[in-house]
Design a protein around this ligand. Structure first.
Ligand code: ADP
Length: 258
């Protein structure tokens, strides 16, 4: 596998019109009139397939709103979002839910596993919801990939935090999604475990060509991404490619109000 630069990937995707995630003129306002909050102010963004992008910004800069809009969990007030070339704008709630279940994966800070289901049942849940026949070997394959061989019959409560997040990553990957959205996936983990989870996300990008979009406040986590986007006051104000954690942290300090 050749090493392509961020620029080459970008140019290739632009030529083929193959954007995994595309936001054009996206605004999101909460409320109306004088008390309206403008959480996103005209986001322009196109992410090529097979890339790992981190989104950073101070608290209140619009990171959650960005993720919700990009993942079709919330609708922009203005502008368009397309995933894998499919515009979300015209889709009714049923189609949107179907698209999320079949083409997207989600990883959250709090793992969000169902405690009464086994690990294997948790991992296969997205396949069931997507109406595909879940097969044991699917769970076994993806659990082996995240280093949880043989733990399929346990309940989440019997696992460590790091293992639970591995289950969540397995669940996110089982449908072979085009895009995985991760919201502070390492926020509840120690440094070593966090690094392992980030390596799994990186592996999903390299191995299956998934696209990962991760919101984080941690420069060390963001340094695992190909590109870091910086949000401030609802606008994308900068990006860094292949930057080390120290450079990302330094850029963040210039965005955070003293
Ligand atoms: P971040 O994730 O970077 O902390 P958010 O996307 O949560 O930022 O919030 C961006 C802005 O939108 C903030 O000013 C926040 O108070 C506001 N906001 C977020 N959600 C709502 C909501 N449901 N109703 C009103 N304002 C909201």
């Amino acid at each position: 596998m050749g090493l392509r630069t961020e620029r080459q990937r970008h140019d290739e995707a632009a030529r083929g019109g193959r954007w995994a995630v595309e936001l054009r003129g996206v605004h999101r306002r909460y409320g109306r009139g004088a008390s309206a909050v403008h959480a996103l102010r005209g986001i322009e963004l196109a992410l090529p397939a097979g890339t790992f992008t981190a989104v950073m910004g101070p608290s209140g800069s619009g990171k959650s709103t960005f993720l919700q809009c990009a993942a079709g969990l919330d609708r922009p007030t203005e502008g368009t979002v397309a995933l894998g070339g499919t515009p979300l704008t015209g889709l009714d709630e049923n189609r949107l839910t179907e698209l999320r279940r079949t083409r997207l994966g989600f990883v959250f800070q709090a793992f969000n596993l169902l405690p009464s289901l086994t690990v294997e049942q948790n991992v296969l849940l997205p396949m069931r919801l997507a109406g595909r026949r879940p097969q044991r070997h699917h769970a076994a394959d993806v659990l082996a990939r995240v280093g949880l061989d043989g733990l399929g019959r346990r309940r989440p409560g019997e696992l460590s935090g790091g293992q639970q997040q591995r289950v969540a990553v397995a669940r996110a990957l089982v449908t072979r999604p085009d895009v995985v959205f991760a919201d502070e996936p390492t926020g509840a983990l120690d440094t070593t475990t966090a690094r392992e989870i980030l390596a799994l996300l990186r592996d999903a990008v390299g191995r299956t060509g998934s696209t990962v979009v991760m919101v984080t406040h941690d420069p060390v986590a963001a340094a695992h991404a190909d590109r870091v986007l910086f949000l401030a006051d609802g606008s994308l104000v900068d990006h860094l490619d292949g930057a080390p954690a120290a450079a990302i942290a330094a850029r963040m300090t210039t965005l955070t109000p003293a």
